[in-house]
Design a protein. Structure first.
Length: 85
């Protein structure tokens, strides 16, 4: 069976849901093992999806940074050429 790859479309919602799961555990006087197990499984999926989404966001920021750095370098080069004339 191929490994299912979790994809997170909304990091904020995933983090909110993880917080809700953590709160659920914190507020239980006596934990229902079956329900707790379901919540742990859900949390693991959310964590994996969140990590993947963070990697995508990080890569997008890096691409934007490269573009900005390139544009700044290009502007500096244009300024130097203008000063020579």
């Amino acid at each position: 069976m191929p490994k299912e790859k979790p994809i997170s479309e909304n990091l904020t919602q995933d983090l909110k849901r993880l917080s809700e799961i953590a709160d659920w555990f914190d507020n239980q006087e006596e934990i229902d093992v079956e329900e707790g197990f379901k919540k742990v499984k859900e949390a693991v999926k959310l964590i994996k999806a969140s990590r993947e989404r963070l990697k995508v966001i990080e890569n997008e920021f890096e691409e934007i940074k490269k573009e900005v750095d390139f544009e700044e370098a290009d502007e500096k080069e244009s300024d130097k050429e203008y000063e020579k004339d």
